[in-house]
Design a protein around this ligand. Structure first.
Ligand code: G4P
Length: 530
């Protein structure tokens, strides 16, 4: 077996999903601390501080102190090479957040123990489900008063439709938080306040028969714990790795990222339960990451990271084999042999040029404007294309008015380029010319990004007029249906995308139902196929 397969086996590539403020950044930071990749708390994301992470490349980000774009972090821990795909945490997240999930082999869902399942988690979760990737749950902030544990699990099961299997169980929460009970080893991991992680905690693992157990937990809490565990053993799903790997069962862990508690336990279990890079579907069948030569697909394009150079960076996920800098590869959609220019990787605070990378890794390459999202790069002696990345439904729409009509050309060029990078989607009303342009975005911040970039990069001023639509649907059977004849509610709008696909815009979900009722045989889809 060639030695690169060992490198691939070591790799774990996952995304962290959560609603803003649940503790995603804190958890990521603690992971990096364990991996020795950073030694300074607060270096992942500057937030209120003056420090800015590598991904903060745009003025807007600096002004608002948030991370618009997702970045990738790589570190080693316990013999594993871990790639964390960071997803923008602000509620104004973009389509990139969704796309990042296309590059991950599993997802970690961080939930605030006092809030339960929140809106953004719900949205991101849908994409994980569509991909059938394993989802691990970390219920955070147990050092604060949390909701009832059974209620939290119930909420996950009902709201997200996934069975849960707690691997450990919290003993109290807030001031009464004593630690977590490991169901497998039947021992408690005691909690000690680390003063927000600034001081090393004295965690001890005490088996249940040990007199120290009673001392650490207290009589009352122990009694309650035993009752809960009995109830849990009877009621919850049994651990089944196969179900976990299909995304049908989520292992659940409890902890407190801020105080460092339960993070390492979680990381260890998680690494054991997840797999090395998964095979992926292509037009020639399934591509095995270990057996095949180098291949990758583009999942994100980021423009103008370096303002002075106006460059673009295409981020690709390596899906098979080994990548060597300088090797000749084949860009399938461009039908061209090429060498990937300046391949780079992110490591916490630095970006650096890579000499080699393996399946599971993410590399960013300089893009002179040739790549599109979903493109495949492989070897020229075996050409194939990976399944495309779906187009995710925008939730906010606006009409674009160009203020200086003299600059029509720049405007069209700019808006098309920005759309091509996948930051926005553009539509036009069905049966009208390019006069009326409607922009759709996943997060409203992208409107600001669009305006900012058109002004700064293309010298075009625009005005955006918000439209009331919140839902968009692709017509799945567009070839069987006469789009002109579709009758919906009066506030429904028919539009088409750049490729001429017809779509419907709706103000609310009730109108979607009405339209389906009124048009026999009409099938609508939430994701657009590419
Ligand atoms: P996010 O990336 O999911 O948006 O969340 P982030 O980690 O930034 O955490 C949001 C807030 O919650 C932060 O406080 C953070 O310190 C706090 N936090 C994270 N994990 C825990 C935990 O386990 N327990 C408690 N009690 N708090 C936690 P902040 O005051 O908003 O930010 P900061 O100024 O402290 O950075």
């Amino acid at each position: 077996m060639p030695d690169y397969t060992n490198e691939i086996k070591k790799r774990r590539t996952f995304a962290i999903i959560s609603h803003p403020d649940a503790g995603k950044t804190t958890l990521t930071e603690k992971f990096l601390l364990y991996g020795g990749a950073i030694n300074l708390a607060g270096s992942v994301k500057g937030k209120a501080t003056a420090r800015h992470a590598v991904s903060d490349w745009m003025e807007i980000e600096k002004e608002r102190g948030i991370s618009v774009t997702s970045s990738v972090l790589q570190f080693n821990y316990d013999g594993y090479c871990i790639n964390i795909l960071d997803t923008p945490g602000h509620q104004d997240f973009s389509e990139d957040t969704y796309r990042t999930l296309m590059a991950a082999d599993s997802a970690v869902m961080v939930i605030d123990g006092s809030k339960g399942v929140e809106a953004q988690t719900r949205k991101l979760f849908k994409v994980c489900v569509m991909r059938h990737i394993p989802i691990f749950t970390f219920i955070n902030k147990m050092d604060r008063d949390a909701n009832d544990t059974f209620d939290l699990l119930d909420e996950i099961e009902k709201e997200l439709g996934i069975a849960t299997c707690p691997i450990n169980w919290p003993i109290g929460s807030g001031k009464e938080f004593k630690g977590v009970y490991d169901r497998n080893s039947k021992s408690v991991l005691t909690f000690s306040d680390t003063m927000k992680g600034t001081k090393e905690g004295v965690e001890s693992e005490i088996p249940i028969g040990d007199p120290k157990f009673d001392e650490a937990v207290g009589e009352e809490a122990k009694e309650l714990l035993m009752e809960e565990i009995e109830l849990l053993d009877g009621a919850s799903a049994e651990f089944d790795l196969e179900k976990v790997s299909k995304g049908e069962l989520s292992p659940v862990f409890f902890g407190s990222a801020l105080t460092n508690f339960g993070v390492e336990t979680f990381l260890k279990h998680f690494l054991q339960m997840t797999s090395s890079p998964l095979p992926r579907k292509a037009d020639v069948g399934i591509i095995d990451p270990m057996k095949e030569d180098f291949s990758a697909f583009v999942f994100k394009i980021q423009a103008n990271m370096n303002k002075a150079h106006r460059d673009r960076i295409a981020f690709m996920r390596i899906c098979s084999g080994k990548f060597d800098a300088g090797m000749e590869v084949y860009h399938v959609q461009g039908e061209k042999k090429m060498r990937l220019s300046q391949p780079q990787q992110m490591m916490a605070q630095d970006r650096h040029i890579v000499d080699e990378a393996y399946a599971g890794d993410i590399i960013g390459v300089f893009d002179p404007g040739i790549f599109s999202i979903g493109d495949t790069i492989c070897m020229s002696n075996k050409k194939f294309a990976y399944e495309g990345i779906p187009t995710f439904a925008p939730e906010h729409f606006a009409r674009v008015r160009q203020l200086d009509t003299m600059k029509r050309k720049q405007f069209i060029k700019g808006i098309n380029q920005i759309a091509q990078e996948g930051a926005i989607q553009i539509f036009q009303e069905l049966n009208t010319g390019m006069e009326e342009i409607i922009v759709g975005v996943v997060g409203v911040l992208q409107f600001d990004v669009l305006k900012y970039r058109l002004e700064n990069e293309y010298k075009v001023d625009i005005r955006l007029e918000n439209l009331p639509y919140e839902h968009i649907r692709w017509i799945e059977n567009k070839d069987e249906i006469d789009v002109k004849k579709i009758t919906g509610t009066s506030d429904m709008k028919k539009v088409m995308d750049l490729k001429g696909n017809p779509l419907l815009l709706f103000v609310n979900s009730w109108s979607i139902g009405m339209t389906l009722d009124r048009n026999d045989g009409l099938r609508l889809a939430e994701f657009g196929k590419n």
